[in-house]
Ligand binder design. Structure first.
Ligand SMILES: [Mg+2]
Length: 364
């Protein structure tokens, strides 16, 4: 069995929230080379977030895999502090490792599977948004025949898929099966407080417990009863032969969907698909970005990556994203550009309410 773990954090930005420091990327590359537990690895990034893409045979939630990632991020955070990078150590929420990165501030998307004769995967890295930004594209990939004709013309997909959904406010989970329960599924995932955590194939070609897509949601489910802010998410999606083709997976990003995040994690803006080198969100700290790295998994080796949005065919999506950014930016501090008060990541509204408390009188 092969396990792919993508473990990510923002441990300090260069400059501000726009990018990552090349010395810190090298630190991760050198550090991972020392570790014999991995069959292969790739250090990716999007904006100010670094993602360790790790291949091994230890299964999900393996303490040693998580410990190595945790210690590297913690050490890198110290380097970032020495360099006075922006927000150095911001995602390191705990001082010591407790057997698992959950609750530590690191995000993780993982999946264990039996490698097929050919095993293409796409690893997505997003910046300036939140895990539920994957809801719409994952629905398109796995449940919408207008995006994925394979749902109709590939026998392997005709049974549809099963979605594991997290309720990020109440810390609950539920499964929904498509196509039968599409309307119920959409009723939930159309709300950003629910996030798709995993997708499973219903075809008997795939073992019931083997995910075909996995998204990071860790930070958000930390505190029950309150939506505690955004975490730039990552996801792994398997492709082809009974699953969406690579092109069907990428087609789900052929429109710049509006997502929450952007400046101060407090604005709605268009999600722009870009090659990794172009994932330096600088206009109003955005607009939000998504990077897609394609690998062929070969007995645990990661052949690739191919930087999949590095294609002129996505130029028009990027242009449209810029147009949408121009349009929505004009709204300034007004909704729906600005998020509703309860979802603002940073806010002085309680201070404001305190200061002007006396001014508010009953309407005459
Ligand atoms: Mg970020």
């Amino acid at each position: 069995m092969t396990t792919i773990s993508v473990i990510k954090a923002d441990i300090g930005g260069l400059v501000g929230h726009t990018g990552v420091d090349p010395d810190i990327l090298s630190f991760f590359e050198e550090g991972l080379k020392e570790e014999s537990i991995f069959d292969d690895f790739f250090v990716g990034w999007a904006g100010d977030d670094i993602a360790l893409i790790l291949s091994h045979n230890k299964g999900e939630n393996h303490p040693e895999v998580h410990r190595i990632a945790w210690e590297l991020f913690k050490e890198a955070a110290e380097l970032a502090k020495d360099k006075k990078l922006y927000g150095a150590g911001q995602d390191i929420l705990k001082d010591s490792f407790s057997g698992n990165v959950k609750g530590s501030g690191l995000g993780v998307a993982e999946m264990e599977f039996e490698e097929r004769p050919s095993e293409p995967i796409v690893v997505f890295l997003m910046d300036k948004t939140e895990p539920s930004a994957f809801n719409l594209p994952l629905y398109k990939m796995f449940a919408d025949p207008f995006n994925t004709p394979g749902l109709i013309i590939d026998k392997g997909m005709s049974k549809g898929f099963r979605f594991l959904i997290y309720d990020l406010v109440n810390n609950k989970q539920a499964h929904f099966e498509t196509p039968e329960e599409s309307y119920a599924l959409l009723g939930y995932i159309g709300d950003r407080h629910y996030a798709i955590k995993k997708v499973f194939a219903r075809s008997e070609k795939f073992p019931e417990k083997e995910p075909v897509a996995s998204v990071s949601t860790e930070k958000l489910s930390l505190i029950a009863g309150r939506y505690i802010g955004k975490d730039d998410p990552v996801a792994i999606v398997r492709a082809q032969s009974g699953l969406p083709a690579v092109g069907e997976i990428l087609e789900a990003f052929s429109h710049p969907w509006l997502v929450a995040g952007w400046m101060r994690g407090s604005h709605i803006g268009p999600l722009m698909p870009v090659p990794m080198e172009k994932a330096n969100p600088s206009r109003f700290d955005g607009p939000p970005r998504v990077v897609a790295l394609g690998f062929q998994v070969n007995d645990g080796k990661l052949e690739g990556p191919v930087d999949l949005f590095d294609d002129v065919a996505f130029d028009r999506v990027r242009e449209k994203a810029n147009e949408v950014a121009d349009y929505i930016r004009l709204h300034g501090p007004f909704e729906p550009h600005r998020l509703p008060a309860q979802d603002l990541e940073y806010t002085t509204l309680p201070d404001l309410q305190e200061r002007y408390k006396e001014r508010w009188q009953p309407i005459e």
